[in-house]
Design a protein around this ligand. Structure first.
Ligand code: MF3
Ligand code: CO
Length: 258
């Protein structure tokens, strides 16, 4: 598959999808309180989908059974919401949501602290993971290379004593959730494909407090750290423009906003 660079009209459509995803994620994150189940979060996502008249990007994708991924503590990504999984004060939960609006996709994830307070160790992991994404986003200008983005994520995580997951990567986004190119969270500066205006990518660092190794549980989805250390995940869908990054799944304006 070749990279599909987007026109101005396509970027506007992707922005509408991204805004819907951001609005629904806001509601899901607010619902991640002590005592809530991850299934209840899936229901919040489903009602957002109905209200905003969008279509889930996850439900049915390679057989995935829900509209949301809920990845608690040592779960890296792809946790399946469950009625018997009750959130506790201080848990960290990765909430990953994607939807199509008018045939264009938005894909975004945030890790939130249940009840707002947790251990300094978990809080630091969440902060560093979010910062690693912000550093990569800042490089989303024409001429930078994918290796520069990967290095920005990897170096920030490793400087703090963490590891980045290499078994899963970010991706292009458009009429499909997963398009070319692959967007690794690791790399060497000055290597890889050059970013061009009109490229739309999802950058999604997964950072482990311990080692990088992944184990997939018997449900064939839930990806946990092999050493059962904590893990955090953030994701935005971003357009590369001549003015810089346009963070399509963030409501607030960014340098590339029109
Ligand atoms: N945001 C993830 C991704 O980009 C989630 C997809 S998993 C799914 O790959 F199967 F639920 F769709
Ligand atoms: Co993604």
């Amino acid at each position: 598959m070749r990279i599909k660079y987007k026109s101005k009209d396509e970027l506007r459509a992707l922005r509408d999808a991204g805004l819907a995803v951001s609005e629904i994620l806001d509601d899901i994150c607010k619902a991640a309180v002590p005592g809530a189940t991850t299934w209840e979060l899936n229901e919040v996502a489903a009602s957002g989908i109905a209200r905003l008249k969008v279509k889930s990007a996850f439900l049915g994708y390679q057989g995935y059974p829900a509209v949301l991924c809920t990845s608690v503590n040592e779960v890296i990504v792809h946790g399946i919401p469950r009625k018997d999984e009750v959130l506790k004060q201080g848990d960290i939960i990765g909430i990953d949501f994607g939807a199509f609006k008018d045939d264009f996709c938005g894909d975004s994830a945030r890790t939130v602290v249940v009840g707002g307070q947790t251990s300094p160790e978990k809080q630091k992991l969440v902060d560093v993971t979010r910062e690693s994404l912000e550093r990569a986003i800042a490089l989303c200008v024409p001429g930078q290379r994918l290796g520069d983005l990967g290095f920005a994520v990897q170096s920030w995580a490793e400087e703090h004593g963490y590891s980045v997951v290499k078994d899963f990567v970010g991706h292009g986004v458009g009429r499909q959730m997963h398009e070319d190119p692959a967007v690794p969270n690791y790399g060497k500066p000055g290597t890889g494909k050059r970013l061009k205006s009109g490229l739309v990518i999802a950058i999604e660092p997964m950072v482990n407090a311990g080692a990088q190794h992944v184990e997939v549980l018997d449900d064939d989805w839930t990806a946990v750290t092999q050493d059962r250390s904590m893990s955090a995940h953030f994701e935005h869908t971003i357009a590369i423009t001549d003015n810089g990054p346009w963070v399509l799944t963030q409501a607030a304006p960014s340098p590339g906003s029109p």
